[in-house]
Design a binder for this molecule. Structure first.
Ligand SMILES: *Cc1c(COP(=O)(O)O)cnc(C)c1O
Length: 391
């Protein structure tokens, strides 16, 4: 669980401000980009670090008909908190809470016979005895989860239809996931679409009548209309972040970053030239200067790989992390400026105040922006703004 925010008047060491109006606007923008499809807001991993419950509620308000999570525990928590509508989860392990999932009316994903066997057994033990909603996942080329085409798919589809005819399950969806949708034009994209159509056709010929067929994640939703089918599963774009620089910038699609990460400068001090800075002395002051202490570190999710490269805006100027990022803090060279202690240091945000973005941090750390927002730790309170929907 993330910390709850202290009252707004209390000064905060660090905060991740979550703009729910931006999130709702992103959901509406994505729905307009995929007008023929329903939208699933993917809120796994605490909504990519933004806070699952407030984000799920805002997404539903903005018209997301579905919520998606990786684990059943994440999905059950949404249902327990009263989230209505369709909730799907796809990352199951043997013994997983199938009965609880069926009783909570979740859509569960099945990639192989072991999972179908477990969910049918659980569905027969539920108190409600309503058919379990089961979605069959096809591996169309990602090479991760999902059922292989050919004999494996034929066996899974056949067994699922059998269980459906017995009234134990309802096959609600046929679905798959892309490997390289964030590299528009990658040849695997067309190959996966072709394979998906074949696997769906086979299942439908056998008698499956899915409510939804779906394969599009954020990059495919943004760049590939023929991949939209009945439902698009958008994660990163809901949070206003582009899946990759190749796909474009958030602004190219009318998306706005939802998270702004900032901290209060804890100390400003004057030091002579030649002074080593932080563990290992990987930075030495080139001359007399001022140093600022920013009180967040790798325990808060600031990537240590961004030591010496991560950007932060203080007093309207971009500064770079000087030396190593430590567990709880890092230092910047303020070049002689003396902003007061308590000055806001903005690590990343939407970018329209001139601050760095999560993408800038991804580049500095040699990773993707998904990881930058998702890894922000539980010690950083999430502060929600624009919680009330206006108009
Ligand atoms: C995480 C995930 C998504 C969302 O991906 P984005 O690129 O963030 O839109 C969609 N589908 C599955 C199966 C996922 O695991």
């Amino acid at each position: 669980m993330t910390e709850t925010a202290p009252p707004p008047t209390a000064p905060l060491r660090a905060r991740a401000e979550i703009d729910l109006a931006a999130l709702r606007a992103n959901v509406r923008t994505l729905r307009a980009l995929a007008p023929g499809a329903q939208l699933m807001a993917v809120v796994k991993s605490d909504a990519y670090g933004h806070g699952a419950l407030p984000c799920a509620r805002a997404a539903v308000e903005a018209g997301a008909a579905w919520l998606g999570t990786a684990t059943p525990e994440e999905a059950l928590a949404l249902r327990a908190a009263g989230l209505p509508g369709r909730i799907m989860c796809w990352l199951w392990t043997p013994g997983g809470p199938w009965r609880e999932a069926v009783e909570a009316d979740l859509d569960v994903s099945v990639s192989g016979m072991w999972a179908l066997d477990e969910v049918t057994a659980a569905a027969q033990q539920t108190r409600t005895r309503t058919p379990a909603r089961v979605q069959l996942k096809a591996d169309t080329g990602l090479g991760r989860g999902g059922c292989q085409p050919g004999d494996d798919w034929a066996e899974l589809v056949g067994a699922a239809l059998h269980a459906e005819r017995d009234g134990i399950i309802r096959i609600t969806g046929l679905w798959s996931h892309f490997a390289c949708a964030d590299e528009p034009g990658h040849p695997s994209i067309d190959a996966q679409l072709t394979r998906f159509r074949e696997m769906v056709s086979y299942a439908e010929e056998q008698g499956v009548r899915p409510e939804v067929r779906h394969i599009a994640n954020s990059p495919a939703t943004l760049t590939l209309p023929e991949s939209h089918f009945d439902l698009v599963r958008t994660g990163i774009a809901v949070y206003g972040i582009s899946p990759s620089p190749e796909v474009g910038t958030p602004a190219d699609f009318g998306l706005r970053p939802v998270m702004t990460l900032s901290a209060s400068v804890a100390l400003v001090k004057r030091v002579p030239g030649g002074h080593g800075v932080s563990y290992g002395h990987h930075y030495t002051t080139p001359g007399e200067t001022t140093l600022g202490l920013v009180p967040v570190g790798y325990a808060d999710g600031i990537p240590r790989h961004a030591s010496g490269t991560g950007p932060v805006m203080i007093g309207g100027k971009w500064r770079t992390v000087a030396g190593r990022i430590a567990m709880d803090q890092f230092v910047v060279d303020l070049g002689g400026d003396e902003p007061g202690t308590g000055t806001e240091a903005v690590l990343f945000g939407p970018g329209d105040r001139g601050e760095p973005t999560a993408e800038d941090w991804a580049q500095a750390a040699g990773t993707i922006a998904y990881e930058i927002v998702t890894r922000i730790g539980t010690r950083v309170p999430r502060v929600y703004v624009n919680e009330e929907q206006v108009g």
